[in-house]
Design a protein around this ligand. Structure first.
Ligand SMILES: Nc1ncnc2c1ncn2[C@@H]1O[C@H](COP(=O)(O)OP(=O)(O)OP(=O)(O)O)[C@@H](O)[C@H]1O
Ligand SMILES: [Mg+2]
Length: 329
């Protein structure tokens, strides 16, 4: 396992009116445990606000970097060669040599790029930070080869981000991340700001790079059809928890959790008979006021009174398929 996450929670402080309370009352990620194999594409699915980005950011340890106030508990362990590193125990300074191993790409490639830097400078910058002892010429060659790797001519190195299209900018973001030879790339909705015609190109680029470089991805998307195409394994999140996790084909063919069934029934091109039409009632509760017991029970079509008592744990449904509901096993 390249990454092992154990009981990870991420909470944000509640702010009410002019009073900034320092209570970490918003539980965006709630006691999540999972592992990822090297070379795997691990998909994270779930409605807006279920905690996908918070989980991704926590794994990349970005909260502190961005100056965001968040409380993280639990363990995150990364395999670096032969070394097992408990990232969650490291200080910012101790984290520095490992930071490059987990990189993130985001939805909006424009805001991820400094508008005053040329494309060449943008890709060069992380090389300078992470490999300060390499020579200038060597780094320039690496910039050119990275641009070619993401399908752009090195000629673009002299241009500025605003001179590029959305798809080209996302390619630059990918090149910049690849510059530091990461092991894991967390792609947080990398397609959602792009035209549909460009999305397929970026999906294929990500897949080709994964194969060429044996990368590991955590792929976050609202697009369940892309997820099915790309991910080897998928976890379905609801209110900060995993309700179902398994091999993608298995989960798509046989979704067990009532929430997964509802989510999948909205996919237009999945006309599997087994997926009953199932529209959820009500709104997703606030992570500040989590329901007791099973957090999905307030919207669940098969909820019973016991569901308000015990928090359901992920249980084995079949090989590589776990579900957090004892009534669907
Ligand atoms: N900095 C923050 N301060 C307070 N609450 C936050 C912060 N960031 C996220 N949240 C809350 O945490 C919960 C999870 O948010 P998150 O952005 O991780 O969800 P998401 O699944 O990525 O949603 P989307 O699909 O819309 O991107 C939400 O209720 C959100 O309002
Ligand atoms: Mg998000």
């Amino acid at each position: 396992m390249i990454l092992t996450v154990n009981n990870l929670s991420v909470s944000f402080p509640v702010s009410s009116g002019i009073f900034q309370k320092d209570l970490f009352g918003i539980s965006a990620v709630h006691h999540v445990s999972f592992s990822i194999r090297k070379g795997e594409i691990f998909g994270l699915a779930g409605e807006s606000g279920c905690g996908k980005s918070s989980l991704g950011r926590a794994l990349a340890h970005l909260f502190q970097v961005a100056g965001m106030k968040a409380q993280l508990t639990g363990q995150v362990e990364l395999l670096c060669g032969q070394e097992r590193v408990l990232l969650s125990l490291l200080t910012q300074k101790q984290m520095r040599p490992y930071r490059r191993h987990i990189q993130m790409i985001f939805q909006d490639p424009f805001h991820s790029l400094n508008p005053r830097m040329t494309i060449g400078e943008i890709i060069h910058e992380p090389l300078q930070i992470h490999f300060p002892h390499s020579g200038r010429k060597e780094r320039q060659e690496r910039v050119d080869s990275l641009m070619e790797k993401v399908g752009l001519s090195p000629e673009y190195g002299r241009r500025f981000p605003h001179e590029l299209s959305g798809g080209q900018r996302q390619r630059i973001c990918i090149a910049r991340v690849l510059a530091v030879s990461p092991q894991i790339i967390i792609a947080d909705e990398p397609l959602s700001s792009l035209d549909v015609s460009i999305q397929a190109q970026i999906v294929n680029l990500l897949r080709d790079l994964q194969e060429d470089l044996n990368l590991t991805y955590i792929f976050i998307s609202h697009d369940l059809s892309v997820m099915k195409y790309l991910a080897n394994r998928i976890a379905v999140m609801y209110l900060g928890t995993f309700v179902e996790i398994g091999e993608t084909d298995e989960v798509y063919q046989n979704p067990r959790h009532p929430y997964t069934q509802a989510l999948f029934s909205s996919i237009p091109d999945l006309k599997d008979e087994k997926i009953k039409k199932n529209t959820l009632k009500g709104e997703i509760p606030s992570p500040q006021y989590r329901p007791t017991g099973c957090c999905f029970r307030t919207r669940c079509p098969i909820a019973r009174s016991e569901c308000s008592i015990a928090v359901p744990q992920l249980m084995r449904f079949s090989d590589n398929h776990d579900v957090a509901c004892p009534y669907v096993l």
